[in-house]
Each structure stands twice: as structure tokens, then as C-alpha cells.
Ligand binder design. Structure first.
Ligand SMILES: Cc1ncc(COP(=O)(O)O)c(C=O)c1O
Length: 383
């Protein structure tokens, strides 16, 4: 559905949705309006639970340890503010974290009288070992919590969260993972990790409808969480009225208390199975392989041929998003806007702390090598 005369190279912000997914969202919206009570309100129960079951399995989680959110910002807030700290100490986050989530972590630390510290990760890592070492060296004896992205949003570094998680748990350090970019880009098997909390987006690489994300909370963490939005699901302790309608949620308290509360439009979530079906028709492996191919081509075309300095790490610890230092001619205000108005290319170009003016390319299966060539030509021609 992307505009035909444009090149869209920014699935790192929002992915385009495939036509059948869009059609399904619209069909769901229309269906709801046939009878907003019987269809609209009730489908938020069993029908939504059935979708939750499918998507949780896709990310390797038990559906009862998984709740939907409208995006990863909300999911990470629920985890960060929901967890009840029993120890005081220090909360740390890498300097490469996404600003919105860093803000949430810093504020959570302030409200809980934890100190907050930012630590550095290697900018262009060459191995998992290097990344593990950076995190484990940053965590000291006072550290009680760590925030890390699974895939770093600026340059696509893939953090070895599966390896880091048991090392942190052994030291009784809570591990919050911001997986905004992981679902649909790299395979996930959350239940097989020792991550404590994991937020994910489904409206980025997965190609789900806008306004879809989730939180996974390890079973052992759930009893230490408090809800910040209390609705008919009640709280973990209260004796007030609780709606435990039907069998959805497998009767688990966590589900009733922490799922999205109150009436809302479920259409985007109910269209997620259409996204899964679309992906399965093409093949998960093929989708990932094609993204990998386009990423390699981008590195080659903009890095080796055009000569831009690549700010992404080695291919073994990298996926999806490739960052480059912008050419001299593009080191100016409004560069991103000019790229669009002059060349009809959507690609983020902006000032980043420590790396200066950079651009980030995040191609997906609708792109071709010709799109990357068009970007390379625009970059050499200048704004
Ligand atoms: C690493 C990371 N975390 C969080 C977010 C926020 O995503 P959303 O706005 O969908 O909550 C982004 C968005 O680009 C991101 O890259």
C-alpha cells in the first residue's frame, strides 16, 4: 500500500502493513459497529485471548505470561513501574537505549529512591563476548536492575540477552529488556530465557497493525508486580468485585489484573492472525533472509561503494537497522525533510549524541536493491 513514487526505508519506526492485514483491521472495525455491545465489547474477552495465545506462541512465551499493549513504551512502563523493589541500590541502562524508555526507567528509579546510571556499550561491537563483558562490568555490587534493548534502535546491534539473563539473575539483578525491534526481525523464544521482563512491538518488523505490542513477564516476577491501572481485573490482593468471565486467561490472576483494562478497540489485535498468516505464506525464514540480504547490500552500497562510515557492528551481532555517518553535504538542518521532499525517500537523518549527523536504513521485504541505489544516488547528489 506504500505510495508508488516513494521509497520507504524506515521499518525501524513503523513497518508498512500488508494489504490483507489492513483489510482485516477494517473488517474488524466494521464488524464491531454492527453491534458494539455484543460484538465490540465481548470480543475483548475470548476472541482476544485466542489471538493472544497465537502471538505468545510466536514469541515462544506461555500465553498466560503475556499481555497485549498498544506499544512497547506502555509495556516497558508496566514492567518498570509495576515491579515492587525490595532492595535499594542502583538501576543502570545503556547509553544506547531509546529515549522514551530511558525516561521511564529514570523516573521509576527516582520514585523508588534507586540511583540511576547510564553506561557505555561498544559502538561497533564485533562479538557477543564484547557485549556481555560490557554489561557485566557495568553491573556492580549495588546494581539491582538493568535495562537493555534487544536490538539497539540506532544501529541494529543485537544484544545477547539470552546469555546475559542468567548472569544477572544469579546476582539477583532484575533484567528489563526493550524488544521493540526483535519480533519479526530475529527469532524469539522468550520462555526459554531467564529474562525477567520483555516488552515487544508488533507494529515494527512483524508488520502487524499500528498500535500492537506486548509485555512478557517471567512467572517468578508476576507475584512482585502491582498494576498502575486498576479495572475490573482488580489487584493481586483485593477482595473487591472481579470479573473472571469465562475461561480466557486460563483463570490466571496475572491475566485479569495486568491485561489492558476497560473498553477499547480490539481491531488491531484481532488482525494479528492475518499478519501471522501473511508471514507464514511467505515463510518466516525467507522474510528474515531477505531482510538480511538487503542489509548486506546496504552495507556494501553505502559503506564500501559510497564510502560512508558504517556505525553498525559485525554481522554476527547485527540485524535490520544500519547506521552510517551522513555525508558532509547532508550534515545540515532539515536533512531528513529534504531527503523526502527532493527524492521522496523516507529515511531518518539526524543529529545523534556522540556520533554526530547519521542516517539509519531499515529495509524490509517490500524494498529492493534499486531502492538502496536510489538512496545512494541521492546521498551523493546532495540535498
Ligand atoms: C528500542 C526502542 N524502544 C522503544 C521504542 C518505542 O516504540 P513505541 O513508540 O512503539 O512504543 C522504539 C521505537 O522506535 C525503539 O526503537
Amino acid at each position: 500500500m506504500l505510495a508508488e513514487d516513494e521509497v520507504y526505508l524506515n521499518s525501524g519506526t513503523y513497518s508498512a502493513v500488508p494489504r490483507p492485514v489492513y483489510d482485516e483491521v477494517v473488517r474488524q472495525l466494521a464488524l464491531c459497529e454492527k453491534n458494539p455491545t455484543r460484538i465490540g465489547a465481548w470480543r475483548g474477552r475470548k476472541p482476544l485471548w485466542d489471538v493472544q495465545t497465537q502471538i505468545a506462541r510466536y514469541v515462544g512465551a506461555d500465553p498466560t505470561d503475556f499481555v497485549f499493549h498498544i506499544n512497547v513504551t506502555h509495556a516497558m512502563n508496566q514492567a518498570l513501574f509495576g515491579y515492587q523493589w525490595t532492595r535499594r541500590g542502583e538501576f543502570i541502562a545503556s547509553r544506547q537505549e531509546y529515549g522514551a524508555v530511558t525516561n521511564a526507567a529514570r523516573e521509576m528509579a527516582r520514585r523508588n529512591s534507586l540511583s540511576f546510571r547510564v553506561f557505555d556499550l561498544p559502538q561497533t561491537p564485533q562479538s557477543e563476548d564484547e557485549l556481555c563483558d560490557a554489561v557485566m562490568q557495568a553491573a556492580d555490587k549495588d546494581t539491582v536492575g538493568v535495562l537493555l534493548s534487544h536490538v539497539i534502535s540506532w544501529n541494529g546491534t543485537v544484544m545477547p540477552v539470552k546469555r546475559i539473563a542468567p548472569m544477572l539473575r544469579k546476582r539477583d539483578i532484575r533484567f528489563f529488556v526493550d524488544g521493540a525491534h526483535a519480533p519479526g526481525l530475529i527469532p524469539l523464544n522468550l520462555g526459554a530465557t531467564e529474562v525477567d521482563f520483555y516488552g515487544g512491538n508488533l507494529h515494527k518488523w512483524f508488520m502487524g497493525p499500528k498500535g500492537t505490542g506486548f509485555l512478557y513477564a517471567a512467572r517468578s516476577m508476576q507475584e512482585h508486580m502491582e498494576p498502575s491501572v486498576v479495572g475490573w481485573g482488580g489487584t493481586p490482593h483485593d477482595s473487591g468485585p472481579v470479573h473472571e468471565d469465562g475461561n480466557w486467561g486460563a483463570g490466571r490472576r496475572f491475566q485479569h489484573v495486568f491485561r489492558l483494562q476497560g473498553l477499547m478497540d480490539c481491531s488491531p489485535f484481532l488482525a494479528l492472525p492475518a499478519t501471522l498468516e501473511f508471514r507464514q505464506t511467505i515463510g518466516e525464514d525467507l522474510i528474515r533472509a531477505r531482510i538480511g540480504e538487503l542489509v548486506r547490500y546496504t552495507r556494501h552500497r553505502l559503506g564500501e561503494r559510497l564510502g560512508l562510515r558504517c556505525l553498525s557492528g559485525a554481522p554476527d551481532v547485527h540485524a535490520g537497522l544500519v547506521q552510517f555517518r551522513a555525508p558532509e553535504t547532508w550534515q545540515q538542518e532539515q536533512a531528513q525533510e529534504k531527503m523526502f521532499t527532493r527524492y521522496r525517500i523516507t529515511v531518518p537523518i539526524g543529529q545523534k549524541p556522540h556520533t554526530g549527523m547519521t542516517l539509519r536504513v531499515s529495509p524490509h521485504i517490500w524494498n529492493s536493491e534499486a531502492d538502496i541505489d536510489r538512496l545512494a544516488e541521492a546521498l551523493s547528489a546532495g540535498p
